[in-house]
Design a binder for this molecule. Structure first.
Ligand code: ATP
Ligand code: MG
Length: 222
């Protein structure tokens, strides 16, 4: 077992914060569209891990969604922006929107590190599905050595199974810190929302009201 893969938040909460250093979460995703699953886990992770802020970073051109038509980046960005606007701990970052070519997490984290220098510790928040695909991400080994990860269990995944798969994947890596967390499961996915819209089923309560209006107004996912 790799030593710095943890379950829960104790390991981080017991690590004293360095003077003047903030802890920020990065919530990256395609957000096609953003939904209450994303928002709830961001809020719960922020609280459970005592993070100072969560940066939502919609991908400009997601490398993992090839073979499927992804909604226009600006529309996805606008939906994230309206979904988070009433939470003072949430912020949106346009860094992947302005980048040419595929959006890679490693480039984003390097850019943020450069921007904030050593005043911030970064925690990349993902669902279990996303972190288990980490070995397909660009420069994954460097990425886990650069920033810490908080992985939230999604339905269909078991904590022990995620932990052992990650240990196996990271056998020769030196991850800075991976925290696997078992918050109450929220079975919402963008795939399911897109499917419901196509079938003309209700998406009420799955996405914020303003996002729902935006989707209908712009005839998205028909
Ligand atoms: P899609 O179905 O199109 O893949 P999604 O709902 O998985 O959409 P993404 O934009 O792919 O949303 O996800 C961004 C990040 O949020 C990923 O790390 C994903 O694992 C995580 N995530 C999304 N929904 C949930 C959820 N309900 N519970 C926990 N994590 C989630
Ligand atoms: Mg997904």
């Amino acid at each position: 077992m790799i030593s710095n893969i943890y379950t829960g938040s104790d390991a981080l909460l017991n690590r004293p914060k360095k003077e003047g250093v903030k802890r920020f979460g990065i919530m990256g995703g395609t957000f096609d569209p953003i939904h209450h699953g994303h928002l709830t886990i961001a809020e719960w992770v922020r609280e459970a891990y005592n993070l100072d802020k969560i940066l939502f970073i919609p991908s400009g051109c997601p490398p993992h969604k090839e073979g499927r038509k992804v909604c226009d980046a600006l529309a996805r960005f606008n939906m994230v922006e309206m979904a988070i606007k009433d939470n003072p701990y949430f912020e949106i970052c346009a860094c992947e929107l302005h980048r040419v070519g595929y959006s890679y997490a490693i480039d984003t984290v390097r850019q943020l590190e450069h921007q904030y220098e050593e005043k911030v510790e970064w925690f990349f928040i993902t669902g279990a599905d996303a972190i288990l695909e980490l070995d397909t991400w660009k420069e994954a080994k460097q990425l886990v050595e650069l920033c810490e990860f908080i992985a939230v269990i999604r339905s269909g995944y078991q904590l022990d199974q995620v932990r052992s798969s990650l240990s196996q994947m990271m056998e020769d890596w030196q991850p800075k810190g991976i925290y696997i967390t078992h918050l109450p499961l929220i079975e919402i996915s963008s795939t399911n929302i897109r499917m419901r819209i196509k079938k003309e089923l209700s998406i009420r309560y799955l996405v914020p009201k303003n996002v729902e209006y935006f989707i209908y107004q712009h005839h998205l996912y028909r």
